[in-house]
Design a protein around this ligand. Structure first.
Ligand code: AVJ
Ligand code: FE
Length: 440
């Protein structure tokens, strides 16, 4: 083999392995419950699990089998059922969906064809397949739905059906804030092969000096906010946030309940006392904002978050991840549903940024105070319905991934977004603060 064809051969193998890994996760999440549970809607915010399953297969059919492979459709008749724009989540249980056995057979058949396409397709003819992009996009799509399905599991009632070891409990002390120097840095990417369109292009952003918490806000700090009457004091809330807090009756993170003098939470069917030094999770943007105001701080902007995560002051360049350019390993971050909880603060010293900011990747998605827009020079690739149709909508960004996010769908540049009232996702936050020039 020539060096180039050898490289492409390796890429096909690693891509097939990534597809396989995503499917193993999907299988765990959908085999954990019986057929009735797969069909049921556990929350109006979520699809029935059986919809996610067939939707994953349908996207793979559309992109890999039909578009990249140029093959005949397997099930053109079901395209509309699994078009997320045609049917909102709350309406999906009433659709004539494929049943569990049919959905499993369908995704299996699609995968066989997609792997055959991966074996035969020329990877140098179209931009869509350069560096295996279309395959990477489908890997990420399945992994994103795996995180969505994990959130559905968290909303489902009944005994525990998912099992995983606890996150690492050894930890280094991490407290206080880190000062991030002012000046330009490179945000976004031109070089990350599987980066999605909204992460591109790389561009320079000038960010004034700021301070950012060295760790995400923990349960014990958040409980102090509650104990101090934070939920009852409109001073800490934005106008929209306060209106929402009243209307929705918010008084603690989702899944928390009073337990004697303290708090307990129910996670994937198990109820346990809240662990104080874990990052808080299942808060909406408005709760994060109110906490930050109570703490005398604010949320970081998206550019500040990315600078804290990627900027290397020694070289001035932006890294792929806080720890450098190597792909995440279990030593760096709590990703990939290896554990079904965030790890305590300080559990990932090897994942810290050069400035000493911890746990930016993994554990909990972090709300940042920015809306969703394309970067300067943004172009749709390969379809507008991934990102562009959401630009300028009522969304706030989330960065860094959670314990439920796979490494394939998480990078220093990766951008997630949701409505500011949502909290069924694995969302937490950290605070930031302006610094005055004489503080430098
Ligand atoms: C990027 C997580 C907001 O779940 O709505 C899945 C990802 N896009 N299928 C979502 C996505 C199409 C998306 N988020
Ligand atoms: Fe999707």
């Amino acid at each position: 083999m020539t060096q180039d064809s050898e490289h492409r051969h390796d890429m096909r193998l690693t891509t097939a392995a990534q597809l396989e890994r995503a499917r193993a996760r999907t299988t765990v999440l959908t085999d954990a419950v019986d057929d009735a549970d797969l069909i049921r809607q556990h929350s109006p915010l979520m699809s029935p699990l059986v919809w996610d399953l067939a939707h994953v297969g349908n996207q793979e059919e559309l992109w890999l089998v039909r578009d990249v492979g140029g093959r005949e459709p397997l099930r053109q008749d079901i395209d509309k059922l699994y078009d997320a724009f045609r049917h909102p989540r709350r309406d999906r249980p009433a659709l004539p969906l494929l049943g569990p056995a049919e959905a499993r057979a369908y995704v299996h058949e699609v995968r066989d064809k997609a792997l055959d396409v991966l074996d035969r397709v020329r990877l140098d003819e179209r931009r869509l397949v350069a560096d295996g992009f279309a395959f990477g996009m489908i890997v990420q799509h399945e992994q994103q739905h795996d995180e969505t399905m994990l959130a559905t599991h968290q909303l489902r009632n009944g005994p525990a059906v998912l099992h995983a070891p606890a996150p690492p409990q050894t930890r280094v002390p991490v407290t206080g804030e880190v000062l991030v120097p002012g000046g330009p840095f490179t945000m976004g990417t031109d070089t990350e092969a599987w980066a999605l369109d909204n992460e591109r292009p790389a561009h320079t952003v000038d960010v004034a000096a700021f301070a950012i918490d060295a760790a995400p806000v923990t349960n014990s700090r958040y409980a102090e906010f509650i104990a101090d009457g934070g939920y009852d004091d409109p001073r800490w809330w934005s106008e929209r946030g306060w209106t929402h807090r009243q209307k929705a009756g918010l008084d603690a993170p989702l899944h928390w309940h009073r337990d004697g003098d303290g708090w307990a939470y129910t996670r994937f069917g198990r109820t346990e006392p809240v662990i104080g030094d874990e990052p808080v999770v299942h808060v909406c943007f408005f709760e994060a904002q109110a906490y930050a105001a109570w703490a005398g701080k604010r949320l970081p902007t998206e550019a500040e978050w990315e600078k804290a995560a990627r900027f290397d002051p020694a070289t001035g360049r932006s890294r792929r991840y806080p720890w450098g350019d190597d792909d995440p390993t279990p030593r760096h971050a709590n990703l990939g549903q290896r554990h079904l909880a965030p790890a305590p603060v300080g559990a990932y010293p090897d994942g810290a940024s050069p400035l000493g900011v911890h746990q930016l990747i993994g554990d909990v998605w972090e709300w940042v105070d920015s809306g969703f827009h394309g970067y300067p020079g943004f172009t749709v690739f390969p379809y507008a319905e991934y990102s562009q149709v959401f630009f300028g909508g009522d969304y706030r960004m989330l960065r860094g991934g959670s314990f439920g996010t796979d490494a394939a769908a998480c990078r220093g540049t990766f951008r997630n977004w949701d409505h500011p009232i949502r909290r069924q996702i694995f969302s937490g936050f950290r605070c930031a603060r302006d610094v005055t020039p004489d503080a430098l």
